[in-house]
Design a protein around this ligand. Structure first.
Ligand SMILES: *Cc1c(COP(=O)(O)O)cnc(C)c1O
Length: 407
């Protein structure tokens, strides 16, 4: 079932290698698990009904499948099924949560607290809300990438309606202390939203224990389909939102639009698998990730890890490599699919703002690589990747030395 063709690489010069690069970019997206594909397939063909068609069997059948999926999603984060609203992904869920709350409560309270290393879909939403008259505080992070809880407490005022802090950072993998943040929010009667796109299936999520009122998740970061995610909205306390879409009033008037039943079914299965396999998977990924660190740092100098190691998801590694810019390195490593510090969304050439928030210079950010290990990576692949990295880092560094000697 492995999706990688590692064996085809063996004993072949690079230009002759068939098959595909080893995929080490599981924070960008993930392959859909075969078991999820299998669960979805009937809903694309024979069981194709519109889940909102209340008049006949096709609709009832699709609706039943969607409601089962909703319960599976709810279970994964300890929510109730009627607290789950399907969306097109985490971008939409983040927009709906933050704009929805800000616009509903603006006349009473208009201050929002978030953090400088949030995903751009959260930051850009906040910029938009500032234009609409909200006040936004952007908390700094320390060199590990963690927010300061005292700074959070200090930022809260009578006027604060919402705190939005991501559970797991998508570039450096650090985990914010959501339960502590939740306790602070609760004490101050402020709503708490969290972008948990990178957390689902990687750490335990419990919206009740963490006092989280709104949570965004998405399928394609956890071996589920692209184009389907969810927003959790707590019933108790009841959180009110102004919808973004106008339309038929699906999803209890919060998110108009026909639900894609096959994707909902897939996301339900995704959530079930993610939670069931998390403990063993986290351990396996950590072993492989720590193996890469060990190999790189024992053979090379000038390898710096970006972001703290203490509170970090197990499949994430983000490093800066002195004397080897990431673009040259990736060009020399077409057999590995990784992401550079300047990558992410991007049309823009700017180096990662996230790495800047933890104090990296532009120059060091340009030498940074993000390696995201996932469910379908094998030990063989990861060992091979570490060896190739060592080989090409050495080559790039030596090439630079030669150039500077010739100058
Ligand atoms: C991928 C990602 C998103 C966007 O999710 P989509 O489902 O692709 O819209 C938001 N936040 C974080 C932290 C992410 O990693």
């Amino acid at each position: 079932m492995s999706l990688c063709y590692f064996n085809e690489y063996e004993n072949l010069p690079q230009e002759k290698r068939r098959g595909r690069p080893i995929y080490l970019d599981n924070h960008a997206t993930t392959a859909v698990d075969e078991r999820v594909v299998e669960a979805m397939l009937p809903y694309f063909s024979k069981q194709f009904g519109n889940p909102h068609s209340g008049n006949h069997f096709y609709g009832w059948e699709a609706a039943e499948a969607v409601e089962l999926a909703r319960a599976q999603v709810a279970d994964a984060i300890n929510a109730a099924p009627d607290e789950i609203y399907f969306t097109s992904g985490a971008t939409e869920a983040n927009n709906l949560a933050i704009k929805g709350v800000a616009r509903f409560y603006r006349d009473k309270k208009n201050h929002i607290i978030t953090c400088v290393s949030e995903h751009m879909c959260v930051l850009d939403t906040c910029f938009q809300l500032e234009n609409e008259g909200n006040r936004v505080t952007y908390l700094q992070v320390d060199s590990d990438g963690m927010i300061d809880l005292d700074a959070l407490k200090d930022a809260i005022s009578e006027d604060t309606v919402l705190i939005s802090i991501m559970t797991v950072q998508n570039e450096i993998g650090v985990i914010q202390p959501m339960a502590e943040i939740g306790a602070i929010a609760h004490e101050n009667k402020v709503l708490l939203h969290s972008d948990a796109a990178q957390a689902l299936g990687k750490i335990l999520l419990d919206v009740k224990a963490m006092n989280i009122n709104l949570m965004s998740i998405t399928g394609h970061k956890v071996y589920g389909p692209m184009g389907l995610g969810a927003l959790y909205v707590s019933n108790k306390p009841r959180v009110r939102l102004k919808p973004i879409f106008s339309g038929g009033g699906q999803e209890r008037n919060l998110r108009s639009g026909t639900l894609p039943a096959p994707l909902c079914v897939g996301f339900g299965k995704t959530c079930e698998l993610a939670v069931a396999e998390m403990p063993a998977e986290a351990e396996r990924l950590q072993k492989m990730r720590d193996g890469v660190i060990e190999k790189l740092t024992s053979e090379l100098d000038g390898i710096l890890i970006n972001g703290g190691m203490e509170h970090r998801v197990s499949g994430n590694l983000n490093i800066s490599i002195e004397g080897a810019d990431a673009e040259s390195l990736m060009a020399a490593l077409p057999d590995l699919a990784m992401s550079s510090g300047s990558a992410c969304s991007s049309a823009s050439e700017e180096s990662s703002y996230v790495l800047q928030t933890i104090g990296l210079s532009d120059k060091m950010a340009e030498t940074s690589l993000r390696i995201g290990l996932g469910r379908f990576n094998t030990e063989n692949e990861v060992e091979y990747a570490a060896e190739r990295l060592i080989e090409e880092i050495t080559n790039v560094r030596e090439g630079r030395k030669k150039i500077s000697a010739a100058e």
